[in-house]
Structure formats: C-alpha cells, structure tokens
Design a protein around this ligand. Sequence first.
Ligand code: FAD
Ligand code: SF4
Length: 570
Amino acid sequence: MANLNIDAKAQNTYDAIVIGSGISGGWAAKELTGKGLRTLVLERGRDVRHVTDYPTTMMQPWEFDHRGQLTKEVKDANPIISKCYAFYEGTQQFFVKDAEHPYIQEKPFDWIRGYQVGGKSLMWARQTQRWSDFDFEGPARDGFAVDWPIRYADLAPWYSYVERFAGITGNKDGLDTLPDGEFLPPHEWNCVEKHFQQKVASRYKDRHVIMGRAAHITKPQPVHLQQGRAQCQHRTICERGCPFGGYFSSNSSTIPWAAKTGKMTLRPDSVVHSIIYDEQKVRATGVRIVDANTKQMQEYYARIIFLNAAALNSNLVLLNSTSHRFPNGLGNDSGVLGKYIAFHNYRAGISAQYDGNLDSTTDGRRPNSPYIPRFRNVYKQETDFLRGYAAGFSAGRSSRANQNGIGADLKQNLLNPELGGWYVGSHMMGETIPKETNFVALDSAQKDPFGIPQLKISIAYDDNDDKMVKDYQEQMTEMFTAAGFTNIRVRDDHRNPGLDIHEMGGARMGKDPKTSVLNKWNQLHAVKNVFVTDGSCMTSTSTQNPSLTYMAMTARSADYAVKAMKKGLV
Ligand SMILES: Cc1cc2nc3c(=O)[nH]c(=O)nc-3n(C[C@H](O)[C@H](O)[C@H](O)COP(=O)(O)OP(=O)(O)OC[C@H]3O[C@@H](n4cnc5c(N)ncnc54)[C@H](O)[C@@H]3O)c2cc1C
Ligand code: SF4
C-alpha cells in the first residue's frame, strides 16, 4: 500500500519554487523552466490571463458607468491608491484596495500593489533604462550604504538578453550615464520637445534630453511574434492590459513562455506565509502557503527558491520565516534585514507655456515621452546634497471643444476642436539615500486576514531630499527659461514615500555578510538555495526606473542558480 504522506510530499515537490509572478517572478519562471527545472510559481492573487482577463481593454469612454472616473464611494474607501495616477475606472481591477491587505504606517507611506498573476507588470509605465557604473559605484564613491558586489559589466550582457526578449524602444544616445541597449526603433518627438532638446544641447555640455526608453514593441522581431505579441498600436491605455501584447507584461510574455515549456505549475490564490528552513539539512526545503480560498495551510518543497514578491512583501516573507537558527528572519545574521529601504523622490514638478510653433500640432498618441538623464554630481560633487535626479519631460497642445451651433454645425464644431497653445511639463525622479532608520518590521500584534503579521513601515524623506527638490526646481527653471518657455510654475507636492512605486532594499546585496543579506548572485549569504531578485535586493536606488534591472538581475541569478545546482553547490 502506498505511503500517503510520502506520496503527498512527492506530489508537492518541485525542482524550483518561484514566489510571485510579477515582473521579476515572471522572469524567474521563464528562465528556470527554460533550463529544464520543474517549477512551481506561487502567486497570492487571482489568475489573470492575457487578453481574456482584460475586461476594459476595448471599452470606449462612453461605455464606462462613470466615464472612466472613480466614484466618491471608491475614493473614500481607498484614500491611498486613489492618489495613484493609474488607478481609474478602467484599471480598478488590478490594484490592491486599501482594506485588502492592511499595513501599519509608522510614518505616512502609500503602498501601491497589484496582487494577481502578472503583479504590477500589468499597470506599470514601462520606462526601462539601464543603470551605469555611476549608479553601481555610487555608494562606494559617495560613502553611503555599502558597496554593491556587482558592477555594470556584470549585468550588461543580461540587460541585452532581457531587452531583446521584452522589446525595448529607444535611441542609441551614446551617454556614459545611461548605457545604450538593444533597441527597437524610438518613439517620435514633437516639435516643441525637439526645440527644448536643441536649446538644452546648445547651452549645456553635460545635459541631454533624449527619447524615453520603454518596453513597447515598435517593430516586432521574430522572438516577439513567437510570444504572440504584435506591434504597439499607440492607444495609450496600456494599464488596462494590452490585447496586442504591445507592451511587456508577465502575462503577455514570460508566464505564457514558461507555460509552453510544460515545466511550470502556476498556483494562484496562494499566499506565501514563510520559507521553511531545515536545521538538520542546513538549507531551505520549501514554502508554507495559506490557500486564499480555503485559508488552509499547505507546504511545497523544492531544491531552490526564488523570492519575487516585490520589495516590501519579500521583506515580509523573510522576516516571517523564523526558526531556531534564524529567530529574526531567514538569512538575517547581519540584523540588517528590513533596513536601508530607499525609494525615488518624485515630489517636484514644473510646468510652463510655449508661445511659438503655433502652426504645428501633435499627431496621434505616444505611450512614452522624452527623458532627461541625471546630470547633477555625476563627474564631481557640485551641490550640497548627495547624488542626483533624472526628469521626465513632455510637450503637448491643448484642445477645446467648440460647443457652439446646433445640428450639423455643432457636429462639425465638435469634430474640429479649437487648439490652445503649447504646454510643457516635467517631473523629477530623485535618488534617495538608503538609511538604517528607513525600515520595515513585523508588527507583533496585528495580523492580516491570513493570520500573517502586518508589515510596519517607517520610511521618510530627509534633508538631502529637500535640497534635491529645490535644486531640481532651480535647474529646470533655468533650462525652461533658456528654451523661451513662459508662465513657469514649480511645485513640490510633498507626496508620501511609496507613491513613486519604486520602493527598494531591505535585503540588500553586499560583499560582507555582516552588513548585507544577499551576495553577488542574489543568494542569501546564509542560505545558499534561496535567491531574492526583486527590489528588496537593491543596495541603492539610482535615478532610473528599476524594473529592467530586476529583470536582468533575475535572469543572471537564475543562470547561476541552475549551474550551481548542477555542480551540487545548492
Ligand atoms: C502605475 C505604475 C507605474 C510604474 N511605472 C514603472 C516604470 O515606468 N518603470 C519601472 O521600472 N517600474 C515601474 N513601476 C514599478 C514596477 O511595476 C515594479 O518595479 C515591478 O512590477 C516590480 O516587479 P516585482 O516582480 O518585484 O513585483 P510585482 O510586479 O509587484 O510582482 C510581485 C508579485 O508577488 C505577489 N506576491 C506578493 N506577496 C506574495 C506572497 N506572500 N505570496 C505569493 N505571492 C505574493 C504579488 O501578488 C505580485 O503578483 C510602476 C508601477 C506602477 C503601479
Ligand atoms: S499603447 Fe501599445 S501597449 Fe499600450 S495599450 Fe496601446 S497597443 Fe497596447
């Protein structure tokens, strides 16, 4: 007679477990299955299938009950996520509602999350710039946090690898602050953006306005067609899910690719509680989950585990994975787990008018915009704050519906709106300095609906961030003035940390196990068969949007993990 316990354990045993199916987890799933590993992907949210589960993607504005707007009821129930620009009637289904997964704000923190297959890859803004050595060498050069255990050269081939598969549009700009990648044709400029670019180039040697690099397929390559993805149609309603697969998401790209190998088991509605550590075997042996529907606890086992629950949730899982050997969280010999969290400072913006080019207008839509790479404190320390900021920039022409007339006249007038003047705008994306005092921890008393301790978040701006906001406003005002823009208005919206949606750190990489949690391969220093490749691994934040770096880091780490497995090292 079969031994049911042994059978059940065998049934629940895989070569690899991936926790989370968002941007980084999708890549882990693709790489591990592609290298032949039977891989279980555990995802706390519901399944969202490419195309069929994008209910609003083809809806016209008039088909929405509230013309795309959020109702007062929704806003009142969700004061946190209602602050996110991408949360509206057409995208509501992808955002975690405020009450769904409670957390404790020791200091104000707007935690924006997407719990479903695909995670936040469905809602992201797709900006994808590489980091450079000015970023990886920042902590060592400027004396903060700890030195990164890797440099740009370690990641460069992996950036190329993920860019080719994901499909990144961009221009080869030849800047040492922002290395070029494997680009599909760039998006187009409008005349006022071009005007600004030329004015900045003529006045400053070290400042550049370039077209943003974004995960959109502007010219499909065979590898994109094999994924079933097509050319981006420039609809700019991406965060509703794109049936063309015009932008990169786990749902359109990595997860179906992993499924095609026949090696992936995807288990949605599986809230990972903790990672199981076996004191005798001196390794992690599996994962405990709470089934979101039945609330039953279940265990799954594997030789290697990739933790990709997104930065703060990966901290939560590690902190909640306690044992005799690791009473303060898995791999937390250093005591730094949960600390040195950093994010991006998006507080400041600037807007203005431009009175020229009234004979020109914009044509069509573009799901991307120009970008100003960091130019402060790059080659030398030139300000009273550390590090710097990048900036988004765009120009457009307003139009006003002419509602005069009746019948055919009214129709004609509405079809030919009156054009207003040009407006221009920019927002900052500043690097923040990881500090021990910016941390997350588990609350000892309050639990979430699955009986898992709630995360206590204590993260704030500091004086460095305030000085950076002021400098951004001054420098951009100078650049806008030089370009002949008028009616210049700067703002500091004092938004809470979190709303940037680029939280990073807590399980930082480093050379020294005494001061860091992960080594140069994203392995826990103390538990070599656990790999963490989402934002929690980041030692510092740079100014660039981080997700492309998570993708490259994940592919690199998966490659190492499989080789190490074959050599019996993990
Ligand atoms: C509106 C918006 C705009 C953005 N714009 C950009 C941009 O332009 N460029 C950029 O680089 N980044 C951008 N981001 C951020 C980007 O989405 C994230 O950096 C990226 O998704 C992180 O990838 P991840 O795999 O770490 O996490 P996610 O994509 O969030 O995936 C994590 C997954 O883990 C699951 N999970 C969490 N906890 C558990 C658990 N306990 N058990 C099981 N599963 C769990 C979640 O449900 C989720 O599916 C944006 C985000 C938003 C929302
Ligand atoms: S702009 Fe491109 S990626 Fe976005 S929804 Fe349209 S076709 Fe899809």
